[in-house]
Design a protein around this ligand. Sequence first.
Ligand code: ZNH
Length: 141
Amino acid sequence: TLTQAEKAAVVAIWGKIAAQVDALGTESLERLFSSFPQTKTYFPHFDLSQGSAQLHDHGSKVLGAIGEAVKNIDNITGALATLSELHAYILRVDPVNFKLLSHCILCSVAAHFPSDFTPEVHAAWDKFLSKITSVLTEKMF
Ligand code: ZNH
């Protein structure tokens, strides 16, 4: 679980990310699909070319869900329960892919907010995204 200081670090930088969920979500997905092309197999029905409407739409949804987790940082499991079922039972996304996406989200946040992305913020966000990953993958097994 996250310490109070880690929660505060997550919430602090979220204020900036929230104003750019579309841009950051899209960039995170573009990084995911170009750096780890195997992840594209989950999206055969999407136009994954750079800047496509579907990338923007999906990127906003993913970061929107992360925003819900920030708002409910003391009850992430409850906040993401429906999404957890979707990813486990319907989408069946292999958990390794969550690590890759989390990494790409961190890279995008770091690239957009270099001075906010201190080692403490980096570590706190890494832990926060790991928590989201464990919630979204826990029903898989
Ligand atoms: Zn996911 C979907 C979130 C990861 C794949 N997602 C989704 C959605 C959301 C999300 C919000 C929408 C839902 C509805 O609509 O209802 N994800 C998310 C998050 C995460 C994720 C938060 C982490 C962090 N995913 C993921 C991964 C993958 C995925 C890793 C793979 C690679 N998703 C997916 C898919 C889908 C989703 C495929 C469906 C899409 C469509 O639309 O079709």
